[in-house]
Design a protein around this ligand. Structure first.
Ligand code: PCA
Length: 326
């Protein structure tokens, strides 16, 4: 029961308190950035259902997928400022503002779900402290499948990538593109099909998941598996909204979040190769990146990790040291 309902029960009697507690069931809008049919968004609905169940209906979350309530690029700000109490976003998209949040976008550092979990374990406390400074509390995180490159032609080395218009999703991918001689433009997944259709972009890096969601076979022909990193989305709550919850509600949300985070990770791993099958079934060539291209990507990746460490400093080194120690 909410504090306001308790106050009413003291002043206006039990009957009033009962109706007040029903009437004040907390309604939370939850903006999410990706397609409603994407597993991240479906898991958001699972989370909302669990929260309703575990709070006995006291907290009623409505998911708004596909950037329909706030666009992907607006979601964090909306939650920081309390325009929405809860929402979901791609964590490394915030690395331009808080470089530590690029921990999951380090090329070739953690290329499997297991290693990505270990890296998250090493990063979690520092990431949570950073988010707290941004007035946010992370409830759960969930990885995308490994990242590879989409093109509309065969690519065997950076000689083939010069001058290509590249859709980036954060500052690290823009850097990656520039190192390959491409021209980056940041575009939300929700606007990706249109950008490809109009020629604003003709290449991007992502998982098979986003290529599938956006039917990119309508515009592109080649996917090169690289598994460069497995970046995470996270569900975040406004810190004030979180601290204003009664202890039992906090515990209920955390339980729902822990269960959903685990289920979402498992779903991501389960779907990873299925997405590739769908790309191939729709006519795309889906192959491992060739040795020359891969060697170039690895060299760029090493430089990007070094740059990240130089920017983030001791906290970044502490994350990689802890990760490498176990
Ligand atoms: N899909 C998201 C982020 C990472 C991914 O696999 C996107 O391309 O926007």
């Amino acid at each position: 029961m909410k504090k306001s309902a308790l106050f009413l029960s003291a002043t206006a009697g039990v009957a009033m308190a009962v109706s007040a507690s029903v009437a004040t069931a907390e309604k939370w809008d939850m903006p999410m950035a990706y397609a409603a049919t994407n597993f991240h968004s479906e898991m958001g609905v699972v989370f909302a259902d669990k929260v309703r169940e575990y709070t006995g209906g006291d907290i009623d979350i409505t998911v708004h997928a596909g950037g329909s309530l706030f666009k992907g690029g607006e979601i964090k700000r909306a939650i920081q400022t309390g325009q929405a109490p809860i929402g979901e976003r791609f964590m490394s998209a915030h690395a331009n503002e808080a470089p530590l949040l690029g921990w999951d976008n380090l090329p070739f550092v953690a290329t499997s779900y297991e290693d990505n979990d270990r890296l998250w374990a090493a990063a979690k406390d520092l990431v949570n402290a950073q988010l707290s400074d941004l007035n946010l509390v992370a409830l759960y995180t969930c990885p995308w499948p490994g990242q590879g490159f989409y093109f509309k032609k065969e690519v065997t080395s950076s000689a083939d990538t010069q001058g290509i218009k590249f859709r980036s999703y954060n500052s690290a991918t823009a850097t990656f593109a520039e190192e390959l001689g491409m021209t980056p433009v940041q575009i939300e997944a929700a606007e990706l099909s249109q950008a490809l259709a109009t020629g604003v972009a003709e290449s991007f890096i992502s998982s098979g998941s986003t290529g599938y969601d956006r039917k990119v076979w309508e515009h592109l022909t080649h996917y090169y598996k690289v598994n460069a990193w497995l970046p995470r989305n996270y569900v975040m709550v406004n810190k004030g909204a979180w601290e204003g919850l009664a202890d039992d509600h906090q515990a209920a949300l955390q339980q729902a979040a822990d269960e959903t985070g685990a289920a979402c990770s498992a779903k991501s791993a389960e779907l990873a190769s299925w997405y590739f099958e769908q790309l191939a079934a729709n006519g795309m060539s889906v192959e491992d990146a060739g040795p020359e291209f891969l060697a170039e990507l690895q060299a760029i990746g090493a430089k990007m990790t070094a740059d990240w460490l130089a920017t983030v400093g001791a906290d970044g080194q502490a994350i990689l040291d802890a990760y490498n120690a176990n």
